[in-house]
Write a protein of this length. Sequence first.
Length: 230
Amino acid sequence: MVGPHLQKCECRYQLPIQHSYGIYHRPHENHAFLSVHGRVHGEQAPTAGAVVFDRLSEIPLIDEPTFTLAHIICPHPPYIFAPDGGKLSTVRRVLAKADPRDLYRDQVLFVNSKLRTAVEQILSLSKTPPIIIIQGDHGAAYTRSSIPYTHIFPDDAYLKEQMCILNAYYFPGVESSGIYDSITPVNSFRIMLNKYFNAGMPMLEDSSFYSSQAFPFDFINVTEKVHIRK
């Protein structure tokens, strides 16, 4: 989330590590620095992600212009949340281990609820309407296949599901033109910076690349298999 008056500041930020929790505030001259930080493992990872949702509502209470980057590891495994946020029983998890999609769905329902609440709080508490971008980093195909852990190249259905992400924008006070169905994250901030700060940044080609966890640096262009054209 970015305050629209951020152009008055020299904003710095850092990328969060994969398993992240907590938010801290470190002012530097006339700007605020926020980052999700920390490292946790195992079942603590999704729990920590839930804590970050609660802390996000504190952002509007900071007087300085802010840039906030929060990476929520949930609904990634391990699956520990029921749809209402309760912790799943060990028996339930063992019985569903052969097909984790039900557990994934339950955790998604929980995350959706927390995300909706966090956004509503940010909007209601912000004195200046905030810019909000909510993006996933990959889809859910991995929940039904072990292909990513092998040298086998996945079929088109797998690729489309894995490359399909949530990509939502809240751009108050400007036209929504320029946002199109096939946009990829490489252009999200370019559009935002052009609309609010007249950055004049050209759009990059929307491309998607697949690599397996077995061969993480062997990137294969799968754009033609997965993309919706403008």
